[in-house]
Design a protein around this ligand. Structure first.
Ligand code: AMP
Ligand code: ZN
Length: 482
C-alpha cells in the first residue's frame, strides 16, 4: 500500500504521515466537557479520532492514544467569558461538581462503547492534574510569556510571533473589532487566561502561587498531553470549532513553554448539522445516543452514517438519513451472518483468523487500504466493502475480507457474523411510531421547560396504555400496569 497520507490543519494540506518514533504513534484528543450529555455531534469528533487510531493500527503502527476529561468547568465561550459550564450543571441538578462530572463521564463512555469507539489508552481528568497545570503556567511565567491582572494570569500573545498560525487569524482586525465588554485590563483581546482567580463562593478552586483559583481551559490540554505523550508527539485531534481559540492557544503555550514545536500535525473533524443547522448543547436542539435508541435505531447505524461522509465534510443529520443507514447496516449484518453460516464459521469469534489465505494481499484489500490511507477516505473504503458484500467471491474469502475491513470500520460485522446482531427491531412493543413521536414532543417540551405540555403528553400516553419513566439515560416506556 502507498504510505498513509493525512490532512494537517497547520499546513492546510494532505501530507505523507511519518511517525516521530517508528515504534509508536502518539495521539492526543481533546475530550468531552462533562457537565451534560455528549451530543451525537460531539461523538462525531470521537468517531473521527477512533477511525484515525484504527487506521494507524491497521497500517501496522502501535498507537498510544490519550484523551482528557474536562471536569473543571471551562467557561461558556471559548474566549473565557461568561458562565462556568460546570456551574450551570451544578445549579440545574443540585449536585456537587464531582457527582455531575462522574455521572456524565460514565454516560459518555457507555455511549462511546455503543458506537464501538475504542477507549483511549490513557484517559486523564483535569481535576487530577492541577499541580501539572500550575507548573506549566509557572514555566511560561519564568520565560516571560505572562502577565497578571486583577482576575488572573494571562498569556501575552504579542510575545509569540507565530501566534495565529493554526487558524490564520487576523489579529489586528480582532483588536479593532474588540467588543467593549472584553476585559479591558488585557493587553490584547486574544490574550487568554492561564490561571483565573476565584471568588470565595466559586465551587471548584485550588491554591496556586497566584492565589486560589482554577486553571484556564487550554492549559489543561497542554499540561496533560505533554505529561503523557512527551514534549513532542505526532497528532492532536478535535472538532473544527477548536481551531481558532482552544488549539491556537494550546499550540502557543506548548511551543513557548518547551521552546520548540511540540505537535506538527493537527487534525480536525467538520461539524454534524441537524436539519441543516448548527446543533449545540446551548441551543437545546441536540440528540444523544439514547435519543436514537429511543426512536428504534441501533447506535451503530449512527456510526455507519458518519463513516459514509468524509470527516472533513459537514454532515447533515436527518432521521431519514439515519433510517437509510440502518437499512444498509442491516443488510451487511445479514450478509456476514449468511456467509458465516455458509462457511461453518457461524460461532467463531473473529472468524477471519480461522480462515486460510492472505486476505490482506488481495486486490480488494489493497484498494481498501489505499482508500482508507488517503486521509481516511471512509466513504470510498465502504464502497469496497459493499463490492465484496455484493460480489461473487467464495463465502470464505468474502467473509474474511468483510471482517478484515471491519477492524477499521467497527460497524459490528464480527458480532453479526456470530449471530449477535440481526436486522434491528424497534425496541419493545409499546414503542410504536406514534408513541415515539409523542415521547419526542414531550422531550422537546421539557427542554423548553414547558412542564404543563410535558404533563399533558404523559397523560395522553397513559390513556394509550403507555407509562413513561424518566431514567438517567432518558425516558423509558412500558405497558401501563393494570
Ligand atoms: P466539548 O465537550 O464541547 O468540548 O466538545 C467535544 C468535542 O466535540 C470537541 O472536539 C468539539 O470540537 C466537537 N464538536 C462539538 N460540536 C460538534 C458537532 N456539532 N459536530 C462535530 N463535532 C462537534
Ligand atoms: Zn483540548
Amino acid at each position: 500500500m502507498a504510505g498513509l497520507r493525512l490532512h494537517n490543519t497547520l499546513t492546510r494540506q494532505v501530507e505523507p504521515f511519518e511517525p516521530l518514533d517508528p515504534n509508536e504513534v502518539r495521539i492526543y484528543t481533546c475530550g468531552p466537557t462533562v457537565y451534560d450529555y455528549a451530543t451525537i455531534g460531539n461523538l462525531r469528533a470521537y468517531l473521527f479520532a477512533d477511525i484515525l487510531r484504527r487506521t494507524l493500527e491497521y497500517t501496522g503502527y502501535r498507537v498510544k492514544h490519550v484523551m482528557n476529561i474536562t471536569d473543571v468547568g471551562h467557561l461558556e465561550s471559548d474566549a473565557d467569558e461568561g458562565e462556568d459550564k460546570m456551574l450551570k450543571g451544578v445549579r440545574r441538578e443540585r449536585k456537587t461538581p464531582w457527582e455531575i462530572a462522574g455521572y456524565y463521564t460514565e454516560v459518555f463512555f457507555s455511549h462511546s462503547e455503543a458506537l464501538n469507539i475504542l477507549r483511549p489508552h490513557i484517559v486523564c481528568r483535569a481535576t487530577e492534574h492541577i499541580p501539572e497545570m500550575i507548573d506549566f503556567v509557572r514555566r511560561l511565567e519564568q520565560l516571560g510569556y505572562t502577565y497578571q491582572i486583577s482576575d488572573g494570569v494571562y498569556f501575552d500573545i504579542s510575545k509569540n510571533p507565530r501566534y495565529g498560525q493554526l487558524s490564520g487569524l487576523d489579529l489586528e482586525g480582532q483588536r479593532a473589532g474588540a467588543r467593549v465588554d472584553v476585559n479591558l485590563e488585557k493587553r490584547h483581546p486574544a490574550d487568554f487566561a492561564l490561571w483565573r482567580l476565584a471568588a470565595p463562593e466559586h465551587i471548584m478552586q485550588w491554591d496556586s502561587p497566584w492565589g486560589r483559583g482554577y486553571p484556564g481551559w487550554h492549559i489543561e490540554c497542554s499540561a496533560m498531553s505533554t505529561k503523557y505523550l512527551g514534549d513532542r508527539f505526532d497528532i492532536h485531534t478535535g472538532g473544527v470549532d477548536h481551531i481558532p481559540v482552544h488549539h491556537e492557544d494550546e499550540l502557543a503555550q506548548n511551543d513557548c513553554a518547551l521552546g520548540h514545536r511540540v505537535v506538527s500535525r493537527w487534525m480536525h473533524n467538520e461539524f454534524l448539522l441537524v436539519d441543516g443547522g448548527r446543533m449545540g448543547k446551548s441551543l437545546g436542539n441536540f440528540y444523544t445516543v439514547d435519543n436514537l435508541v429511543m426512536r428504534g435505531f441501533h447506535p451503530l447505524a449512527y456510526r455507519y452514517l458518519v463513516l459514509n461522509a468524509h470527516y472533513r465534510s459537514k454532515l447533515n443529520f436527518t432521521w431519514e438519513a439515519l433510517g437509510g443507514a440502518q437499512t444498509a447496516l442491516d443488510r451487511l449484518w445479514q450478509r456476514v451472518r449468511s456467509l458465516a453460516l455458509a462457511t461453518g464459521n457461524a460461532g467463531t469469534a473473529g472468524a477471519a483468523a480461522a480462515l486460510p489465505g492472505a486476505a490482506d494481499e488481495s486486490p480488494e484489500a489493497l484498494r481498501f487500504a489505499e482508500l482508507i490511507g488517503d486521509d481516511l477516505g471512509t466513504p470510498q473504503a465502504m464502497s469496497v466493502l459493499w463490492e465484496v458484500a455484493r460480489g461473487d467471491r467464495d463465502p470464505g474469502g468474502a467473509l474474511e475480507l468483510m471482517l478484515l475491513f471491519d477492524r477499521v470500520l467497527g460497524i459490528g460485522l464480527d458480532a453479526a457474523a456470530r449471530g449477535q446482531l440481526g436486522a434491528h427491531s424497534a425496541g419493545t412493543d409499546v414503542e410504536t411510531p406514534e408513541v415515539l413521536a409523542l415521547l419526542q414532543q414531550r422531550e422537546d417540551a421539557r427542554a423548553a421547560r414547558d412542564w404543563g405540555r410535558a404533563d399533558q403528553i404523559r397523560a395522553r400516553l397513559l390513556e394509550m396504555g403507555v407509562a413513561v419513566e424518566d431514567t438517567p439515560s432518558g425516558p423509558k416506556v412500558r405497558p401501563r400496569p393494570a
